[in-house]
Design a protein. Structure first.
Length: 751
């Protein structure tokens, strides 16, 4: 525990311990109370004593931070962040500092291991192994700073969009008792690497510590408006093909390391019934050996230490006693007496033995709740489904373990477990690069890895227009007269199309070729067992109407119909007026045992149908064959819907055609597809442009609808439909706008 920089305060008192000889030297006072703004404070906070849970001896006295201390610390950290001394330091500079901190920590690991053992009661051999790896976290995030790069977002148009990560500002970190230094370093390293001011440990406002009670210091800290982030910090399935010795050793380590006081402790063992008896025999022998080797936590040969406090000892024992089922196989009572290992007297500390309870009911609290102590409950399972169900039967989901020699099973089960961490044939393994976090009620966010660095920072998008000034003047003037006059004024339709054309030009800028542009209808719920398709093409050379398909029956289901339409240029050239219309009907049978039921309609004066074979070697050249392929005859008495596709390649008539279709009370345009959006240089007056419309209506009304429609041009007489579509009821402008925007997008349209 650091002594801090106690400014002009001669009130420190020494608390010596026989085995550490003065590691705890002085009353620890809040850093910010004496360093913030360089002035000491006269305000005295509440004090609390830190005890050694293994001996109940007093280690030191700590002065709890008051509300005023919290405010001063946060404000000072905020000022430091705003100054840019750390937040605006280069990534290289921050990396150098973290690397130096790693070396300094590495030199002090033996001292810190002793301190951690004294204040947690954990075995010294655990703390030496754990703290020896702490420098890795600092070095890892230093390495990320040296190698991590910003990225450029693939923004459309003449824009450069690069994304940076910037600090949050002030970060408050509250660490638990079970791994004081480990968890602190795991949180401090990414937070500092991201450029934040972190309130945990002294260092001129960049790093501060505020010891105290959760009800005062903690509440005040997490609720402070300048604090941007607060950081607060499992079942084992053994299958019948597992190596039993490895599984027993791994389960014991998962369950009893840190006296079971870890957030991923393997407190629930789920054993396959065919190996249950043998596993339990081996596991109980292992647990008894662990218990017999318990002694003083400072003895390197001791197997397991104490729990954190007498209060927690009482809580663990109450949960064991309160169970309504299960057989106690080992342990189950607080430890007293003398250790056979080294004569240590357990009665002076908070020691609970490794405890195993078999056949506990899944309704018991001891199965449902996190015990946070050296207590394991065991259940049997017979198959994978039951094993996964038992493992997921908890509101927590941080860690889980699997023991099996079947790699396929390991992947399969790992995917189904509701845990943020899944170990296979091992447990508790961790690395600075590996994300650490849970599911369900086991927390939000991740420690370690790039995710941790990103969690302590926020993204900033910088978008730069790279177009020339001339192009910007032409294309970025939303209120130019040209855009107001795109269509004859006076109707909602013309206004919508004017806006749509501007947006379409911006979307399509610089694009020369397209393979596919999709118009994908949504699932259609219909009580009609079939549908009819009409395809009409207006020849741009003579303005004559050509009926390519008439009365084609499409396959459908009585409750579901899901055809899909695709539109593209045949040879990827904007100068070619040939279009390709492809229709996929998932309800259609697959011909010739092919795997893809897809039909290509090449509309170029005739219909060519490829039945979907892999090599497309067989072509059908008649609409009759197409009809036969798509659907058998509809059931007698059915009332099929009719779908009509209109292809316009005379954009000079586009406005009149669209107005006629939309304004007609008898016609309903379902959606429009404006081909002029394919390139910025293609305008409404360009003969290459065209529009694809889809209409729907009962076949019985088709003739009447066609004859009664306003006819600004000959091609509009092909319209089908009625007034119950999307268009009408004041929604015409939105529908036409949507139709003009689908050049790049797959859009969902309900027939």
């Amino acid at each position: 525990m650091p002594t801090g920089r106690v400014s002009r305060l001669p009130r420190a008192r020494m608390v010596h311990h026989q085995q550490v000889g003065g590691l705890f030297q002085a009353r620890y006072t809040p850093f910010a109370a004496h360093i913030a703004e360089g002035r000491p404070t006269d305000e005295a906070g509440e004090e609390f004593v830190v005890f050694n849970p293994a001996t109940s001896e007093e280690l030191c006295t700590v002065e709890a931070a008051s509300k005023a201390d919290v405010h001063r610390t946060v404000e000072h950290a905020h000022e430091t962040s705003k100054s840019g001394a750390w937040s605006q330091a280069s990534a290289h500079q921050r990396a150098v500092v973290l690397s130096r901190l790693a070396r300094s920590l590495e030199e002090r690991v033996p001292q810190f291991a002793q301190i951690e053992t004294l204040q947690t009661g954990r075995a010294i051999r655990e703390m030496r192994a754990q703290l020896g790896r702490l420098p890795e976290w600092l070095e890892y995030f230093a390495s990320l700073l040296r190698t991590n790069q910003a990225f450029v977002a693939p923004t459309q148009g003449q824009l450069l969009n690069y994304v940076q990560r910037v600090p949050l500002g002030v970060v408050a970190q509250i660490t638990p008792f079970n791994h004081p230094l480990l968890i602190a370093v795991k949180k401090i390293a990414p937070a500092l690497a991201a450029g934040n001011s972190v309130i945990v440990k002294p260092s001129e406002g960049v790093l501060s510590v505020l010891p105290g009670y959760g009800r005062t210091t903690g509440v005040e800290l997490v609720s402070h408006p300048l604090v941007r982030k607060v950081d607060i910090t499992a079942p084992i399935i053994v299958f019948n093909d597992a190596d039993l010795e490895s599984a027993v050793n791994g389960a014991a380590f998962a369950s009893f390391i840190a006296s079971g006081q870890t957030c991923v402790s393997g407190t629930r063992l789920i054993i396959h019934s065919s190996i249950y008896d043998r596993f339990m025999e081996m596991f109980v022998r292992k647990v008894i050996r662990i218990m017999r080797r318990m002694g003083s936590p400072n003895n390197p040969r001791s197997s397991m230490g104490s729990v954190i406090s007498p209060l927690h000892l009482e809580h663990i024992h109450e949960m064991v006693q309160a169970r309504s089922s299960g057989t106690l196989l080992v342990g189950g009572e607080p430890m007293t007496g003398v250790s056979p290992l080294d004569g240590f007297d357990f009665a002076h500390g908070s020691f609970y033995p490794p405890t195993v309870i078999a056949d506990v009911s899944t309704d018991d609290q001891i199965w449902k709740e996190e015990i946070f102590g050296p207590v394991v409950v065991v259940k049997q399972f017979t198959d994978e489904a039951e094993g996964v169900e038992l493992a997921n039967d908890s509101r927590y989901g941080l860690g889980a373990g699997i023991w099996t020699q079947d790699l396929s099973r390991a992947h399969r089960i790992a995917e189904r477990l509701e845990s943020g961490l899944v170990w296979v044939n091992t447990h508790h393994r961790n690395d600075p690069s590996s994300p650490w976090g849970g599911m369900k009620e086991s927390g939000i966010g991740r420690e370690n890895g790039l995710e941790a660095l990103n969690a302590y920072s926020q993204s900033k998008s910088v978008i730069i227009n790279t177009a020339s000034a001339e192009d910007s003047r032409l294309k970025d003037d939303w209120f130019s007269e040209e855009n107001y006059q795109a269509l004859p004024p006076g109707s909602t339709t013309s206004q919508a199309l004017g806006c749509a054309q501007l947006i379409s030009n911006q979307i399509a800028q610089g694009v020369q070729h397209f393979n596919d542009a999709h118009l994908v209808p949504d699932v259609v719920h219909s009580f009609n067992p079939s549908a009819i398709l009409d395809v009409t093409f207006t020849d741009p050379t003579n303005n004559q109407e050509v009926q390519l398909v008439s009365g084609m029956e499409l396959s459908t289901n009585q409750t579901l119909h899901e055809p899909k339409f695709f539109l593209t240029f045949d040879d990827q050239s904007l100068e070619d007026k040939t279009f390709v219309l492809a229709m996929v009907d998932p309800d259609a049978p697959t011909p010739q045992n092919t795997s893809l039921a897809q039909v290509r309609h090449i509309i170029a004066g005739d219909i060519h149908v490829s039945p979907g074979s892999n090599n497309h070697s067989q072509l059908v050249n008649s609409s009759a064959a197409l009809t036969e392929y798509l659907n058998p005859s509809p059931p007698p008495g059915s009332d099929p819907h009719r779908y009509t596709i209109l292809l316009f390649t005379e954009p000079d008539n586009f406005a009149a055609q669209a107005s006629g279709l939309i304004n007609s009370s008898a016609d309903a345009v379902r959606t429009g597809f404006n081909l002029s959006t394919f390139a910025s240089h293609v305008g409404l007056g360009d003969p290459v442009a065209g529009t694809f419309f889809l209409t729907r209506g009962p076949p019985a009304n088709s003739s009447a609808a066609a004859s009664s429609s306003p006819s600004p041009s000959a091609s509009t007489t092909t319209a089908r439909g009625n007034a119950n579509g999307i268009i009408g009821h004041g929604q015409a402008s939105m529908a036409v706008l949507a139709g003009a925007l689908v050049a790049f997008l797959a859009v969902t349209v309900t027939f």
